[in-house]
Design a protein around this ligand. Structure first.
Ligand code: MN
Length: 724
């Protein structure tokens, strides 16, 4: 006979039905204690639906697959979850593992249930990779943020608990990975939600699988110690109670055993051996008011000696989340350290649940109905939790996590970055590295090419595509969210403008110096003297100032020349040669928007303060209308031959208002080798219509060729270049 295989569960359809009919009866009974009849019926319907969908599927253990969602649901009934959550728990693997779709679930069991199922499967899909502490924290926050509805997290936690309870059937490596993830991600989340029993069970189960040897040794040692110490503990408990009585302090005194993983952590954290970690028991004293807390403390300190430096007063200075208590450690009988927490009944309530109210009545009045309901339910859940622990802390985090101002996204290597809500791919690029930000040109979000301005969502995987010569775009400033991206973009643009202005300044100065006909350049000594005299920091600053129009090149030239010629000026300045404009100078040279000059046009330059050189058409009305005084700032400019770039030009076309005329014009323009950047149309319904185009051309000849082609279109009546 071959070795026995794990029981494949009910072998026949009949056995399957019998088994789960029985289970359904049990569930109905359980739900009868807290749900309405109609809700029980809805849950029962989901039960039958899921059992049917999973028919024929088995777990690795050999159990029918449906036993898993059923067990998860069982855990959730222990927390008194509502019908929607229970239905979602029953159906949580249906959409993933069977033919049934989310839409079908929505139709049969309601939109909310389908959303919960969807939420759970989304959490299943993201995988935790890094084990750094900070990353684990981000991952936890990401899960909470993604869940949106806290019920999703609870279903997920119950799912994890059942998987942990049945972990033995998996391969050891898989077991360790899941256990580690449980320890680092899910147990802390359970802790924050105040689910103390779950927290402990997850930790103990995970500990056993991650460190099987240590677990066994420690469990044995504790078992032995428990036997020895039971007497000691009850002695301490009695002694504390007696002392409270003597001091006529009305107090509730409780003792609790610390759990195995907590003891292990303490040993590891402080490098202690087990025999040194004696405080496997903690005590709690609950009294009626604050003065009594201090009285109780005094009474305790007179009973046993306190350990110096171990006393913490969270009464006077509450923790950030409102948690209040006195913590002290005493030296008990036989030198056993005894940890005691002292607090009022009210503080105890806050520590367990009460902080929820300060979250609800926060100034934000716009909590949705769902959030309100979730909150109320959470509160009632907390009241069910009688176990101890610093559960106050969780609410502080929950407040942030369920309605977060942050999103959590993955780098291609699986690292998680937290960003403010509304952040875009550009913010992400700068968060990774300034160089990545400065060089980014495109991005892939979840492996799809997306615009850089795309807003990121929780769990997105973002990959930035860079190009060696790319530069930040000023338009990014309109949508980046993070201060880092904003300041880096600004910084880059400013530096770039300075570089370009300095280069322009140098050319303007060279032009202004030409009449003085130096055989040699200007020496460093002359420059140094000039820089000193005019109060600038450097030669570069002077050049930048010229480029930005803050200093006039002619004056700087004259003074530099004076420096060389020891105050003597030779003759009349000779005519200056023009500055050559390529149109590719960057921000230092701007082509005026009013007239949009293109190569071939007669042009004139004007140095504008803070803007550098602005190039206009020679007959642009906006400059000819200005007074003579302005002329001092005019600069002779000429086009350099073939710069290779394209220039924008605006034209107006009047044409007969016929169907298809726009298409004809567009075709001609494209035929002539130009791009249309923009087009608008007069909204007239007459015989003629006006069309305004912004085109890209390389020069005046190119434009002339386009216009000629357009005139051949019969419908076109008149064409003119637009200049304001
Ligand atoms: Mn599951």
């Amino acid at each position: 006979m071959p070795a026995a295989v794990p029981s494949p569960g009910p072998q026949t359809p009949q056995a399957y039905d019998t088994e789960f009919t029985l289970q359904l009866e049990k569930l109905r009974e359980l739900l009868g204690t807290y749900l309405k009849t109609e809700d029980i019926e809805r849950v029962a319907a989901a039960f039958l639906f899921s059992a049917e969908a999973h028919r024929g599927q088995f777990r690795i253990s050999g159990d029918p697959y449906f036993s898993h969602p059923l067990a998860v649901t069982g855990i959730l009934t222990g927390w008194h979850l509502d019908a929607q959550a229970l239905m979602a728990a029953l159906l949580h693997d249906v959409a993933e593992d069977t033919e049934i779709t989310l839409a079908e679930i929505g139709e049969k069991f309601g939109k909310v249930t389908a959303e919960l199922v969807d939420g759970v499967s989304k959490l299943d899909k993201i995988e935790f990779q890094s084990i750094e502490d900070a990353q684990a924290e981000n991952f936890r926050k990401m899960l909470l943020a993604m869940a949106r509805d806290v019920r999703v997290i609870l279903i997920k936690l119950a799912d994890r608990l059942h998987n942990m309870r049945t972990l033995d059937t998996l391969r050891p490596d898989k077991r360790r990975r899941i256990a580690r993830e449980t320890l680092e991600i899910y147990a802390p989340i359970a802790n924050r939600l105040g689910l103390n029993n779950l927290y402990r069970e997850l930790q103990e189960l995970a500990f056993r699988h991650v460190y099987p040897m240590r677990y066994r040794v420690l469990a044995k040692a504790i078992k032995a110690a428990r036997g020895n110490r039971r007497e000691v503990v009850s002695k301490i408990l009695q002694a504390i109670k007696a002392r409270m009585n003597e001091a006529t302090i009305e107090a509730e005194v409780m003792g609790r055993e610390k759990h195995l993983f907590g003891i292990y952590r303490k040993m590891r954290g402080k490098s202690l051996s087990f025999s040194q970690v004696l405080d496997i028991y903690g005590f709690r004293v609950i009294v009626k008011d604050v003065p009594t807390c201090y009285l109780a403390l005094g009474a305790l300190h007179s009973l046993y000696k306190p350990v110096p430096g171990k006393f913490k007063d969270y009464l006077a200075i509450p923790k950030g989340n409102g948690y209040q208590s006195l913590h002290t450690t005493l030296i008990g009988p036989f030198g056993t350290p005894v940890e005691v927490q002292i607090r009022t009944t009210e503080m105890h309530h806050v520590a367990e649940a009460g902080v929820a109210s300060h979250w609800l009545y926060k100034d934000d009045k716009s909590l949705s109905e769902l959030q309100q309901r979730t909150h109320k339910w959470l509160q009632s859940l907390l009241e069910l939790q009688s176990a101890s622990g610093d559960s106050a802390e969780f609410l502080e985090h929950l407040k942030i996590d369920l309605f977060p101002g942050e999103v959590y996204v993955f780098t291609p290597k699986g690292k998680i970055l937290p960003l403010p809500r509304g952040s875009t791919a550009v913010d992400f690029a700068y968060a990774v590295h300034t160089d990545i930000g400065n060089r980014c040109v495109a991005c892939r979000i979840n492996h799809e090419l997306m615009p850089l301005r795309t807003e990121l969502r929780n769990g997105d995987q973002v990959e930035i595509i860079t190009a060696a010569h790319a530069n930040p775009n000023p338009a990014w400033l309109s949508y980046v969210k993070t201060g880092k991206a904003r300041s880096q973009i600004r910084h880059f643009l400013k530096t770039m403008q300075h570089e370009e202005s300095a280069a322009l300044g140098e050319r303007l100065l060279a032009q202004a110096l030409r009449p003085f006909e130096f055989t040699e350049g200007i020496t460093d000594a002359v420059w140094d003297k000039f820089v000193l005299e005019c109060g600038a920091k450097s030669k570069k600053e002077v050049l930048t100032d010229i480029g930005l129009g803050k200093r006039l090149p002619a004056i700087v030239a004259r003074r530099l020349a004076a420096g060389i010629e020891m105050g003597e000026m030779t003759g009349e300045p000779k005519p200056q040669g023009p500055i050559l404009i390529r149109g590719t100078e960057g921000m230092a040279v701007q082509l005026a928007h009013c007239c949009r000059p293109i190569p071939g046009d007669p042009i004139v330059g004007i140095i504008k303060k803070g803007q550098g050189l602005v190039v206009h058409l020679a007959d642009c009305p906006s400059i000819t209308l200005r007074g003579r005084g302005e002329r001092a700032k005019w600069v002779d400019v000429e086009w350099e031959r073939d710069s290779g770039r394209l220039f924008e030009v605006a034209i107006k076309i009047e044409a007969e208002n016929r169907r298809g005329v726009l298409a004809k014009i567009a075709a001609e323009i494209s035929e002539a080798g130009s791009n249309i950047q923009h087009v608008t149309m007069d909204d007239e319904h007459g015989i003629y219509t006006s069309l305004y185009f912004t085109l890209q051309v390389s020069n005046r000849v190119h434009l002339a060729r386009i216009l000629r082609a357009l005139r051949h279109i019969p419908e076109v009546v008149r064409i003119s270049r637009v200049r304001e």
